[in-house]
Design a protein around this ligand. Sequence first.
Ligand code: PXG
Length: 457
Amino acid sequence: MNDPTTLASLQARDAKHHFHPNTDMAALNAEGTRVIVRGEGVWLTDAAGRKILDGFSGLWNVAVGYGRREIADAVYKQMLELPFYNTFFKSTTIPVIELAEMLGQLAPGFAKCFFTNSGSEGNDTIIRMVRHYWKLRGQPKKSTFIARHNAYHGSTVGGASLGGMDYMHKQGDLPIPGVVHVQQPWWWGEGGDLSPAEFGLHAAREVGRAIDRIGAENVGAFIGEPIQRAGGVIMQPDTYWPEVERICRERDVLIVSDEVICGFGRTGAWFGSQYYGFRPDLMTFAKNVTSGYLPLGGVMVSDAISDVLTAGGAFWHGFTTSGHPVCCAAGVANLKIIIDEKLVDRVRDDIGPYLKQRWVALADHPLVGEARMVGLLGALELTPDKVARTRFAKFDEVGSLCRDFAYQRGLILRATGSTMLTAPPYVLQDHEADTLVATTRQALDDTAAELARRGWL
Ligand code: PXG
């Protein structure tokens, strides 16, 4: 009898029954999916028994690393105590209260939050909440959102509309009306001859120009990530956020910080907006609120917005599992680890600078045009010409090659086009950071050799 647990049969069963997100299923099934079976610290084990360093924290989200008993125990205890109760009908549960209170303490000025199951639902909530808010303020026309080309804000109809991915918009007649996209602040790719500081101001003023074109009386909010993940961990020039903030405040347009990736310490501050020193009105969160142990997301609402919403009657919005008690218990246990082990300080002062020093040294590699890192969020731009800052003609393929070489050598990196990304767990140790960088360098060498073989260099 065939053993259903061998790698080949697991792959065959997955191929037969499972649609993967964002995946060309025919191509994947021809290659065979990776089956991950175990995690401990920053290490994963696959079904073939290989150990792989996860330089990418699952999907940007396993901040505290794999295998944390504290979270598993809290979840188990809550499952036995009260596996579910809703928060709709005049009810709440203890984990919901505890987590909401913790979030309020971590983000001064944001005493209240609204729970969802994911970041996408968080951003859908934002669309409805902003429009509801402006109606309550007697300005119902202020409903348009300004977002950025190439941004990612989720996969639901609302989230994908706020996102600026043409290829997503083409599948399903998006964006919905009332979303306008402006230039992303990606100096390396789009800065041309401008200095980074000039380009930061230029990109910020695109926001102002869009608002003025539409009319500030029609614009509800601007949404952006503190560091835009999509397109390759775009660390905008320092001139960008202060100018965006000035422009939005001057025009009475709300600022939404999508903190799904930057939130809970990734930048070395609790929130990415704190790292860059701007004050949003609303923040979307998900991912590292539970370190991915269970799904949870939501919106943190600034006190000024909260006051209007609270006085405005019911907000007709919510999900069966808004504030799921077990997910919230996982969130509380996870945040306790981050607080007790001072992991945000560790990202800012210890492992973050340690990894950064080694990561940015990769800029001396012939394939690397720029190497950047903030906190534990890093990127490498692969280029055939460091000076002209050009990309390879088949840049997607180049990035995939490098990512696959890294995997073969036991390291998970993500490729966005030909930008290589890393975002390891905050518990990464020094010697593991050394391995991460050494393996990345080997993968770059492998990639350069393959490109030379193909005549692409
Ligand atoms: N906003 C941002 C900034 C995100 O990165 C979402 C919203 C949506 O969150 P949910 O929980 O609905 O997935 C995200 C999600 C990738 C990748 O390949 C990134 C995300 C999701 C899936 C894949 O980098 N980010």
